[in-house]
Each structure stands twice: as structure tokens, then as C-alpha cells.
Design a protein around this ligand. Structure first.
Ligand SMILES: [Zn+2]
Length: 442
């Protein structure tokens, strides 16, 4: 009923056009991307609404309606991309180039490819007139790469009706990791992301001349406080979903590396495993609240002892972390009442969607079809995505893509020569469509 070869060709053509639209943020200019999507959808009689959150900063919604017996699925992607430094690219990052079996361009993975796979699925389902029990809501947003104020957060605050009746939200940054060193491909479905609790430590003291220092100057107090913070070990906390992630990872890692990963919580009690595990930055960040001291400010002149010294710390929380408890812990390990500990902005409390919903199961099944033999695991991102916004509105949100990638491709995200294989784009349209039909067809 659906001509998959034709849909695959169409998806390649759509992605080439989309990649050729420069939506570098800043300034974003997402309106150009939104108009492209609107034009494509209009050809198949799908109405769209575009809302500009600021001049040129556009968000778009389109809905293919079901019978309403089950909740809708928001298929969202961000139109904006990060800056591409042309000097380091071998092709024009906005040329829509097809070369060596790949589509090249900024956004090829992050995340216009996912956006057009969602678009192609919507078009295919609409054309085939397949009755649905869930609404499918295509949502394209601005500004994900710079804080989402003009995008997902604008939609949440000012276009909430766009999400009416929705139960699920699907976004980005997952897929099948076909790493050469793995015993089997690993398919990841993102269920949560760590969120920031940016901290500011301010030490104040008597100013003076640099030629006559004393122990309690503001910078000296601050440095000692930071030393105590970095030396303090906050105990690891293994979420059940993270334990499951490592249990599945153990099935694909080379056997020599997998020891202990079947039960990370128990293994972390062994000093040798613990040291080895925590030495892996990514793994360590999945079981801990992290603190990165990234901004330090004190005197402007080397011979002036300043009245104030400030450190800003990029603290990241896992689901279940309590901002108030973390602040209290930081104050207790710093143990200096004269250092003020504050949050730079209102914390985003992390949220998580369970890996046992009907949609999660369909996502997992789809990955097994896309790559037979793949091991499937839930994942938590250490970085941030728009899905946090939609989960905070009560939707179950997952990051998912039907793409098979090796480690070399992942490194190009936000890097040089970002690309996606033509095969991924072709097969991705079908995989996305079939996955949606599995959960939404009446
Ligand atoms: Zn992205």
C-alpha cells in the first residue's frame, strides 16, 4: 500500500532541500525552514500553523487526526542548527551535497534527518488514508541549540493548544550504535536527560595590596572551598534504568571490558571496579551529580587583592536529584559560612519517562527490525534536549531515531563534515512510518 522505495527517494530529496536552508543559530532564521515544511505539507493537503516567537524565529505545527481513542504523539524536531566553520569542512555545509553514499551538511544528524523522517512518515500515512487511533502532531521548533526560549519553551507557554490531547513526545539523539568494537549493535532509546543546576560561589573579604597577602583574602577562601568541594566524593546513585542500560551494554562490550557491568550497583562497592568505572567520564556522569568548575573571577590586576572572588559551577542533576539537597550538601562540604552559595537561575528538575510504555516497546521493536540482532537499552543523556520541556508538561518523552551509526558519525555532531548515509535516510523513512503505524493505526 505504501511504496517504500518511492518514500525513501522522497526522503532523500526532502533532506537535501532542508539541509540547504541555513538555520544556523544564532540568528536561527527558522522561518525559512518552517516555510519549507509548510510548503511540503500543503502539497498533501496537510494544514500547518506557524508562530513566530520573535522576528524570523518560527515554530510550526501540523496534525493528522485519529479517532481520539488514544493519546496523540508529538513528533518534534528543532529547525535550528549549530554554527559550521566552513574552513574545516570538505563540502559546503549548506549545499545539500550527496557524495560517497552520504548526505552532507550541518543538521544531517542533529537533527534535520529526524525531522524529515517524521515528515515523510506523516505524508505516507496521510496519503495511504490509514485510520488512526492517535493524532500525529508534527512540531518543528526554533532555538533548541541556544536554550529553547524561542522554541519549545515558547510553545509550552504560548501555544499549549498545539499539544492538546498528546500523550507522548518523540525527539532526538538516539539510534543504533554500530560500534566496530561491540559484539552486537546497541540500540538506545533516550528516557531522560540530566539537567543543570548552575551554582555560584561568592567569597567576600577585605581588599588590599598584593605585596602583603593573608590567608583569608576572598580568592584564597574561594580556592580552599573549591578544593574541599572537588575532593568530596558524592556517593554514586544507580537508577534502575541506568542499571538496565549497563546490563545491556555488558552484552555488547568485548567480554574483557564487560566484567562488573551486569550489576553496576553491586560492582561499584568494589574499589577496583569503582575506580575503573568512574574513570570513564560518560559512565561516571550517569551515576553521579557532577560539578564542573568553569568560570573563575577575582581581581582584574595582579597586584590588587579584590574584595570579591566568584566561581560558577556547571552542576548537572540526574533524575531523582533534589536541588535543595544538593545546595545543602555543597554548603556542608565547603564548610565556610562566609562563602555564599546560590543558584544562577531557577533549577530545572530532571524528569524521566519509564521504559515500559506502549510507545517505548514499539520503539524497541522497530530498532530490532531495523537492525536484526540489536540489543536495546534505555539511555539517559548527560546533555539537555527539548524533551525535558514536554515531559514537564506531563507527556512521556523519548529520544529516538531509526538510524544506524558508528562512532565516527557521532563525532561529527556539532563537529566538522556532519553527514548521514543515504541508506539511513531511505530506510529511516520506512522505519519511522512502520513504528508509528504499530502504535497509532486503528
Ligand atoms: Zn539537536
Amino acid at each position: 500500500m505504501i511504496d517504500w522505495a518511492a518514500l525513501g527517494d522522497e526522503n532523500v530529496a526532502l533532506l537535501r532541500r532542508y539541509l540547504a536552508i541555513d538555520t544556523t543559530n544564532p540568528p536561527g532564521n527558522e522561518i525559512a525552514g518552517a516555510r519549507f515544511l509548510a510548503e511540503v505539507l500543503a502539497r498533501d493537503g496537510i494544514a500547518t500553523e506557524i508562530a513566530e516567537s520573535a522576528p524570523g524565529r518560527a515554530n510550526l505545527v501540523a496534525r493528522v487526526v485519529g479517532d481520539g481513542s488514544l493519546g496523540g504523539i508529538v513528533l518534534h524536531h528543532h529547525i535550528d542548527v549549530v554554527y559550521a566553520d566552513r574552513r574545516y569542512w570538505t563540502v559546503d555545509p549548506f549545499g545539500g551535497v550527496v557524495k560517497d553514499g552520504y548526505l552532507w551538511g550541518r543538521g544531517a544528524l542533529d537533527m534535520k534527518s529526524t525531522g524529515v523522517a517524521q515528515l515523510a512518515a506523516l505524508l505516507a500515512i496521510k496519503r495511504a488514508r490509514i485510520p488512526l487511533k492517535r493524532d500525529l502532531i508534527l512540531l518543528a521548533t526554533a532555538d533548541e541549540e541556544a536554550g529553547s526560549a524561542f522554541g519549545a519553551r515558547f510553545v509550552a507557554e504560548q501555544r499549549r493548544s498545539w499539544l492538546n490531547g498528546a500523550e507522548y513526545a518523540l525527539s532526538e539523539l538516539a539510534g543504533i550504535d554500530h560500534d566496530a568494537g561491540y559484539r552486537a549493535p546497541l540500540g538506545i532509546i533516550i528516557i531522560s536527560e540530566k539537567t543543570g543546576l548552575p551554582l555560584k560561589l561568592t567569597a567576600r573579604g577585605e581588599p588590599g595590596h598584593g605585596s602583603q597577602p593573608w590567608p583569608d583574602t576572598a580568592p584564597h577562601r574561594l580556592v580552599r572551598a573549591l578544593g574541599r568541594l572537588l575532593a568530596a566524593e558524592r556517593p554514586p546513585r544507580v537508577l534502575p534504568e541506568i542499571a538496565e542500560y549497563f546490563r545491556q551494554l555488558a552484552r555488547v562490550l568485548p567480554e574483557a571490558d564487560a566484567a562488573g557491568y551486569e550489576d553496576v550497583e553491586a560492582s561499584l562497592r568494589e574499589p577496583s571496579f569503582r575506580a575503573r568505572f568512574l574513570a570513564n567520564r560518560q559512565h561516571a556522569a550517569l551515576v553521579r551529580t557532577t560539578f564542573a568548575v568553569n568560570i573563575l573571577k577575582a581581581s582584574e590586576k595582579i597586584n590588587v587583592i579584590p574584595p570579591e572572588a566568584v566561581a560558577e559551577i556547571d552542576c548537572r542533576m540526574l533524575a531523582g536529584d533534589d536541588p535543595g539537597e544538593i545546595l545543602a550538601w555543597v554548603r556542608s562540604v565547603i564548610a565556610d559560612e562566609r562563602i555564599e552559595v546560590t543558584t544562577v537561575r531557577t533549577p530545572k528538575v530532571p524528569n524521566l519517562s519509564p521504559p515500559d510504555t506502549e510507545l517505548y516497546k514499539a520503539l524497541a521493536d522497530s530498532l530490532r527490525v531495523r537492525m536484526p540482532g540489536a540489543v536495546i537499552a534505555p539511555g539517559i543523556l548527560t546533555g539537555f534536549t527539548d524533551n525535558w520541556v514536554f515531559r514537564s508538561l506531563g507527556l512521556q518523552g523519548y529520544g529516538w531515531s531509526p538510524f544506524v551509526l558508528d562512532e565516527g558519525e557521532y563525532r561529527r555532531i556539532h563537529g566538522n563534515d556532519e553527514r548521514i548515509s543515504v541508506e539511513n535516510v531511505r530506510l529511516g523513512a520506512r522505519a519511522y512510518t512502520e513504528m508509528l503505524l504499530a502504535v497509532a493505526a486503528a
